[in-house]
Design a protein around this ligand. Sequence first.
Ligand SMILES: [Fe+2]
Length: 166
Amino acid sequence: MSHTLEQFASQCHDFLKNSPGPDGRQKVADALKDILVDQTFIAKYLLPTTGEREMIYQDSELGFCILVHHYLGAKSSDPHDHAHSWAIYGQVHGTTAMRDFEKIEEASADKPGKVKAIRAYALNPGDAHVYNEGDLHAPERKDSTSLIRIEGTDMSKVKRFKYQVV
Ligand SMILES: [Fe+2]
């Protein structure tokens, strides 16, 4: 049976309310894996017209957001974390080549920090990965992709520091 956004959001709310740390987020990521392969859910929320970042739910009590992303063609990001917050990346279509980094030098408002790559792996359809506070990562997508992501808070409203790879 297909999932509804309301059921999934309410499940995420309960996991995050009962376990506000990494454990609760891992439970959300595990539940997200079922959503990523639910073709009825995907057909409803990831439309051909879906843009690069669209919020489909924000929790009024906890502030977490469920987002859909459709990247047409290649799309990469520099190494980043999610400041004081966290994010879960769920792959729907295509592949994200992800790299994780270790911090070598702190970043500040006027100076980028320095990071070193420590791990590389692929996120394929059905995969969901948690990035907790301070987890530095950089996604690279060589062709079109679709994702469902969950952010601990709406990151479009948060200022983040930059990092350079050394
Ligand atoms: Fe990220």
